[in-house]
Design a protein around this ligand. Structure first.
Ligand code: AMP
Ligand code: GLY
Length: 419
């Protein structure tokens, strides 16, 4: 079988690595991929959002299965287009992917079907939003959450600590349109540990993956700005089997059913960004794809043949997922300055000494060495019989990587370890 993986970062590398273990897969292409994947996949110089070129490539090369990594490709309608041409593709349609690309779509769906999430209101007019916030500040306390109602690469959320912060966020999003011309959601602030619950979904059938936890802030102790994710681990001891059951029965299954009832059946990975509050588990957000860096710590534990998993979802067949019994921790090495401005092009040495998995997030091969080529550069994934062991091994292993312009967090996993 020939498989095309659309995407370029660590998530794409982890999907390719999982596919490379399948006895059925003979050839893997990555579009556009990155140089760090060359051992496992042939790189195809087509952008994730260039749907027409990807379709032509898949037809010309008789691709048996295409797997979509990033949300921008889903929003560009890659799944609709491939399906219209009779090609196998794993991921939700553009309409179903609105569960991620439109926060108001997701919120309205949850409200209609009683799926637990924070209280919210949608605004398109700056003055009306400001009136609401001013009124709010007289009777209730901050923080208040302000979210751009579209894709903003993880940057469209502001936790406003006071009225002036809320005003600035609303002005940026509704008057200056810094992310584009869309509405905003003003949402109740929720408190508790956050976790990621990804499921393979085939219409109303939901097959849960293992629970993981992302670390979004740049620095140790959850300090610094929000990033695409600085590390993750799997599983998450502070989220019990009961919590997982609640998340599955009260959130993931009902939302898959809701999509069927709305006549927008969902097929693909549904990512629940969930929070365990005092009133129970609630939804922070849904994503329409594997998480990044969550895929990098969850997929190495999948024992089932991932090619079969993707095909079963596409063909509507029953599925049983088998998992390796261990803990995984992934630590991201990012360019100094990320998520702000940073320099790239620095040599990375010592990769050959690393004992765990290395997934490349943004590197380039200059003919001799790998060099840094983006904000998030590499993720090192280690495993152990316990979370402590996995973390110790990751922290030891990461010292093998020598590059003076990278930084990483040393506290991945500590929310569970310190609990
Ligand atoms: P999102 O892009 O919706 O995942 O939001 C990014 C981050 O903002 C989340 O991972 C949370 O840490 C935080 N966040 C979003 N919505 C809320 C909320 N209602 N209450 C508390 N924190 C939130
Ligand atoms: N790790 C968060 C995301 O993939 O959106």
């Amino acid at each position: 079988m020939k498989v095309l993986v659309v995407g370029s970062g660590g998530r794409c590398h982890a999907i390719i690595h999982a596919l490379s273990k399948s006895a059925q897969v003979d050839k893997i292409y990555a579009a556009p991929g990155n140089d760090g994947m060359r051992d496992l996949a042939s790189l195809v110089a087509i952008k994730e959002t260039d749907v027409d070129s990807l379709l032509s490539f898949a037809k010309e090369n008789r691709i048996d299965l295409t797997v979509v990594g990033p949300e921008i490709a889903l929003e560009a309608g890659i799944v609709n287009s491939f399906q219209a041409h009779g090609l196998n593709i794993f991921g939700p349609s553009r309409e179903a992917a609105q569960i991620e690309s439109s926060k108001s779509f997701a919120k309205n769906l949850m409200q209609k079907y009683n799926i637990p999430t924070g209280a919210y209101k949608v605004f398109t007019d700056y003055k009306e939003a400001m009136d609401y916030v001013s009124q709010y500040s007289k009777t209730a306390s901050f923080p208040l959450v302000i979210k751009y109602d579209g894709l903003a690469a993880g940057k469209g959320v502001v936790i406003a600590k006071d009225l002036s912060m809320a005003e600035k966020a609303l002005y940026d999003m509704l008057v200056k349109d810094i992310y584009g011309d869309s509405s905003v959601i003003i949402e109740e602030y929720l408190e508790g540990p956050e976790f990621t619950f990804m499921c393979f979904v085939d219409r109303e059938n939901v097959y849960p993956m293992l629970v993981s936890q992302d670390h979004k802030r740049a620095y140790d102790g959850d300090l610094g700005p929000n990033t695409g994710g600085m590390g993750a681990y799997c599983e998450v001891p502070i989220i019990s089997a009961e919590d997982q059951k609640e998340a599955l029965e009260k959130i993931m299954k009902p939302v898959a059913k809701a999509m069927v009832l709305e006549d927008i059946p969902y097929k693909g990975v549904l990512y629940g960004g969930l929070i365990k509050t005092k009133e129970g588990i609630k939804v922070i957000e849904f994503n329409a794809r594997f998480g990044d860096p969550e895929a990098e710590v969850v997929l190495p534990r999948l024992e089932s043949d991932i090619f079969d998993v993707f095909m079963s979802i596409i063909e509507g067949k029953d599925l049983e997922l088998k998992w390796d019994k261990c803990y995984t921790i992934g630590v991201v090495l990012a360019s100094k300055g990320y998520p702000g401005s940073y320099e790239k092009g620095y040599k990375i040495r010592g990769l050959e000494n690393v004992k765990g998995h290395i997934y490349h997030m943004g590197t380039k091969f200059d003919g001799k060495d790998y060099i840094t080529n983006s904000g998030r550069v590499l993720i090192l994934v280690q495993q152990g019989a316990s979370l402590e062991e996995a973390r110790e091994k990751a922290m030891e292993d990461i010292k093998n990587i020598k590059c003076n312009k990278l930084f990483y967090r040393t506290d991945i996993g500590s929310k569970s370890l310190n609990a």
